[in-house]
Design a protein around this ligand. Structure first.
Ligand code: HEM
Length: 216
């Protein structure tokens, strides 16, 4: 197994979880009894970052082969870990999704539009990323090249939907910088930003051959 890939995965997971603990437990004074909720945020952040990295590493390696070429080999493993973590995030979220934990998702003890949007977008995202996950095991599930490409594209759309999933949860906080615990950027903002960067890199990379053709 590639050593650099493992180091990156371990770093992304540890930094994401430690970030959530410092932001919520240390600077926001959230009691330790809410540790599962806080870990869930760290796991969700690591999931979206690894999925975004898995989708961005190809375009980055093509642009900066010296810097990113050597870690392109980790693309598949970044995606597999991203999906596994998003699966755990889903399980934990479904277990703790109750009005006393997530007041903003409920009105009069009934799930409101925001809660429904977060739930549905989460399911769609997990499903699409899961499709890409399944075809990443060609020995177990032999797919044609075309189906493989299609499911990989589904994974990309799943990542975009994950960006939509976090948007309404955090957008109100993004501009209220003075309310950020310990001046630490909201996890929803980091996640959304990672998805935007991924979309820009992939769009540029797919448009590049068109411009090259025009030039020649
Ligand atoms: C059925 C599937 C899913 C459900 C039910 C779900 C549920 C939730 C809930 C309830 C929150 C709010 C957490 C909080 O504020 O503490 C949340 C936040 C989040 N979710 Fe999901 N989610 C799902 C799928 C996903 C997937 C597939 C990803 C990533 C690929 C993802 C990434 C995130 C991120 C990054 C956050 C922001 C964490 C934060 O609140 O700071 N979710 N999700």
């Amino acid at each position: 197994m590639h050593k650099k890939t493992n180091t990156i995965i371990i770093l992304v997971i540890s930094i994401s979880v430690i970030y959530a603990i410092i932001r919520y437990h240390i600077f926001n004074g959230v009691p330790l009894s809410y540790i599962i909720d806080v870990l869930n945020k760290g796991i969700a952040l690591a999931a979206i970052l690894l999925i975004a990295l898995s989708l961005s590493i190809g375009p980055l390696a093509r642009r900066f082969p010296k810097k990113f070429g050597r870690i392109e080999i980790g693309k598949r493993l970044f995606g597999l870990w991203g999906f596994t973590l998003s699966f755990f995030h889903t399980l934990i979220s479904l277990l703790i999704l109750k009005p006393n934990h997530y007041k903003i998702f409920y009105s009069f003890l009934k799930m409101n539009v925001l809660g429904e949007f977060v739930l549905i977008s989460g399911f769609i995202s997990l499903l699409l990323i899961g499709l890409a996950f399944i075809t990443s095991f060609p020995h177990l599930f032999p797919f044609s090249q075309k189906s493989f490409r299609l499911t990989q594209f589904a994974g990309y759309i799943g990542c975009v939907v994950a960006g939509l999933h976090v948007f309404p949860i955090g957008v109100n906080q993004w501009t209220q910088i003075s309310s950020w615990p310990g001046n630490m950027v909201p996890i929803t903002f980091i996640s959304f930003f990672a998805v935007i960067i991924t979309v820009i890199l992939r769009t540029q990379s797919s448009l590049m051959p068109l411009f090259q053709k025009e030039k020649s």
